[in-house]
Design a protein around this ligand. Structure first.
Ligand code: COA
Length: 332
């Protein structure tokens, strides 16, 4: 079999995959941050919610070193029609049919598991990769934007002004800060605001709402703990009803010093229009500055049509890094 599963405890295999991915990215996406083998191993062990994706090294015809990496995720809690894949061919081995072979393997996996939708992404401005996908039966279905906020460049006077505005608009809410372990009762409160992320646009992708319930939130927390993430969460509680109206989450991992990843920010539909998104994010910046003063850059991803969130992000200093296209193929 040309596909060798990468097990999280096999550091040589994990490192071979990460080296190949980093080499490809230095060509295809030079602004991307390098992957780190140890952290990649933890993702392969814990995944996002204790349901990790599968990673394979592609070694065709007895090759001794891998020429490609294939990642496949087959969701089980929802979206059971879907195979979400990533295909990367080493830059020295392109245009020899390896990418096509990995697409065929992805299709085989989808058929074998009775799934009818495949997603594969690429940079929106990577015309060869887009042509590659279109020639293999995929159509453009959505796009996501990567933005970064360089904290040294943020206009702090403007931030103070926005914070005052947001505090006035959100006077009916009080903010609560949490670090893990988040008490069980708070996690239960967070279910509805977490599920509000389902309201974010998804383009034309064939997709059903993700299921968020208490067991899944617990698993997401456990996976973060397994990866060694330091997690900061702020929730906005409506004073009159005691309900949570929104939340935001920031993740720092000691294996990626100097950087933070913005997790979900979501405001429940009953609580929109009070500048909670802006308030939560500026308050998070303040907390991050106290708790993680060495962080220099925060990265965030949004669907490129999510103008509300993007406007908030731009107003607090995030700048566009690159847009990525998501392609879909539907199997009969
Ligand atoms: C896109 C990618 C997977 C293609 O892998 P590959 O092994 O070169 O693909 P194949 O050899 O099977 O097919 C190559 C075909 O794709 C198209 N293609 C790929 N690269 C191309 C280029 N630089 N210019 C023009 N066409 C190109 C052509 O149709 C080509 O066929 P041809 O060589 O007969 O003209 C590879 O370039 C890659 O890893 N890119 C970076 C990661 C990425 O964007 N992945 C997402 C794609 S799923």
């Amino acid at each position: 079999m040309p596909y060798v599963r990468v097990k999280p405890d096999d550091l040589a295999a994990v490192t071979a995959a990460v080296d190949l991915l980093n080499t490809a990215r230095s060509v295809d996406d030079p602004d991307a941050f390098d992957d780190v083998a140890e952290l990649s191993a933890r993702w392969l062990e814990f995944g996002w919610d204790l349901q990790p994706h599968e990673r394979y090294l592609y070694l065709p015809d007895g090759a001794e070193t891998p020429v490609g990496v294939l990642d496949v995720q087959l969701p089980t809690r929802d979206n059971r029609h879907l195979v979400w894949a990533e295909i990367t061919v080493h830059p020295d081995h392109r245009r020899r049919g390896h990418g096509t072979a990995m697409v065929e393997e992805t299709v085989r996996r989808a058929r074998e598991s009775g799934r009818t939708t495949i997603w594969l992404g690429t940079a929106e401005d990577d015309e060869p990769a887009r042509a590659f996908l279109e020639q293999r039966g995929f159509h453009y279905a959505s796009h996501d934007a990567r933005r970064r906020q360089r904290l040294a460049d943020v206009d702090s006077a403007e931030l103070d002004r926005l914070l005052q505005q947001a505090r006035l608009a959100a006077a009916d809410y009080e903010l609560e800060r949490y670090v893990p372990p988040v008490p069980e009762a708070i996690l239960a409160d967070l279910v509805d605001v977490t599920a509000a992320i389902n309201d974010a646009p998804m383009g034309e992708l064939t997709y059903e709402d993700e299921v968020f319930d208490l067991p899944r939130l617990r698993d997401i927390e456990a996976a973060r703990d397994g990866r060694g993430d330091r997690v900061y969460r702020i929730a906005a509680r409506h004073r009159a009803t005691g309900r949570l109206g929104g939340h935001t989450l920031m993740v720092v991992n000691p294996l990626r010093p100097g950087r933070a990843s913005q997790g979900d920010t979501a405001v429940h539909r009953d609580h929109r229009g009070h500048r909670l998104g802006l308030l939560l994010k500026i308050e998070m910046m303040r907390w991050l500055a106290e708790a993680e003063p060495e962080v220099e850059v925060v990265e965030t991803w949004n669907n490129a049509d999510n103008s509300y969130m993007i406007n908030v992000n731009e107003s607090i200093g995030y700048r566009l890094s690159r847009v990525f296209a998501m392609y879909e193929r539907n199997l009969a």
